[in-house]
Design a protein around this ligand. Structure first.
Ligand code: NAD
Length: 304
């Protein structure tokens, strides 16, 4: 494969003042992109703010001969972040929704504010930035969105009901954007990374952290956001150089007759069959949702 250049591409990375986002920013810039380094410079729990985080990354990019501007807006002011890109570089081609915070709490103690805050920063923030970029993507017939989910969103995690809910939401968000964006050459994909950063430093043991170099995530983000990538609406797990695709799998399923025999007891009696994956499918479209029912419907209408 020839070198993946981002020359003349304008890339917004949210939360790029540290951690994973910083590595993405440096890599995009190295490959010729004009980079908007967004970061409000807050603490891991979302409190406070400091322009220094974004400034330091922009300085480093410029020192290496790259092109970048800093943006200190909260992702919830997504339109302002896109404005920064448009004012500096005329448009936006790639949005990497990466900004994030943590407020881990056991669910029994999780108040509404703690839940809502995580939904806001991760999910609503990604909506705000992407929504503001969307008209530019459509007009120029090119756009790439990378959403950042998490293994905690895919599988759940103790003390992270707020974070998991937001993270899995980002996956559904990308899947729908992919379907709407396809004909405008807009691709939206999702990553579920694991990497060494202030998010993981206090939870994972040092020998594991040593392997989780955040630089090992950047190649996937760059590949998926390049114009050569045709994948759309897909999800990938990435950690320590391990790259794998995640997809939905549905068991063979049971179609119940909608008559008097269709009771809770009948469902209970068939549960073993409902849980049987021997004859499973890997649906990607809403219309693949009930194949047995649709096949029956099809044969009925064909017969009519
Ligand atoms: P990080 O804390 O180093 O980086 C997140 C950045 O987002 C910070 O610089 C922070 O200032 C910024 N930010 C937070 N709220 C913001 C807001 N409202 N507006 C603008 N910027 C904001 O953590 P990281 O590990 O680099 O995480 C990057 C992304 O990857 C996050 O979405 C995180 O949830 C996700 N993720 C990380 C891991 C991991 O193992 N590190 C695992 C799964 C998911």
């Amino acid at each position: 494969m020839s070198e993946l250049s981002f020359k003349d591409k304008v890339v917004i990375i949210t939360g790029a003042g540290g951690g994973l986002g910083k590595h993405y920013a440096l890599e995009y810039a190295k490959r010729g992109a004009k980079v908007v380094v967004n970061d409000l410079g807050g603490a891991l729990n979302g409190q406070g703010g400091d322009s220094k985080a974004a400034d330091v990354v922009v300085e480093e990019i410029k020192k290496n001969g790259g092109v970048a501007v800093a943006d200190y807006n909260n992702v919830l002011d997504g339109a302002k972040i896109v404005d920064t890109a448009v004012k500096a570089f005329g448009t936006v081609h790639v949005v990497v929704n990466n900004a994030g915070i943590l407020r881990d709490t056991q669910f029994k103690k999780m108040d509404e504010k703690t839940f809502q805050l995580l939904i806001d920063v991760h999910l609503n923030g990604a909506y705000k930035v992407t929504r503001a970029a969307w008209p530019y993507f459509r007009k120029q017939n090119f756009g790439r969105v990378i959403n950042t989910a998490s293994p905690a969103g895919l599988y759940g995690n103790f003390g992270q009901a707020n974070y998991s809910a937001a993270k899995l939401g980002l996956l559904g968000f990308a899947e729908s954007l992919a379907k709407e964006g396809e004909k405008y050459n807009i691709r939206a994909n999702t990553i579920a990374p694991l990497a060494r950063s202030r998010m993981t430093e206090s939870i994972l043991p040092p020998p594991i952290l040593e392997q989780l170099n955040p630089e090992k995530v950047a190649p996937l983000v760059l590949y998926l956001s390049h114009e050569e990538n045709k994948l759309n609406g897909e999800t990938f797990e990435v950690a320590a150089g391990f790259y794998a695709q995640i997809r939905w799998e549905r068991s063979g399923g049971v179609l119940f007759k909608p008559d008097a025999s269709f009771t809770a007891e009948a469902v209970g009696a068939k549960f073993e069959e409902i849980l049987n994956f021997d004859d499973s499918a890997k649906p990607e479209l809403l219309k693949n949702q009930h194949p047995k029912m649709l096949n029956d419907y099809q044969s009925l209408t064909n017969a009519a």
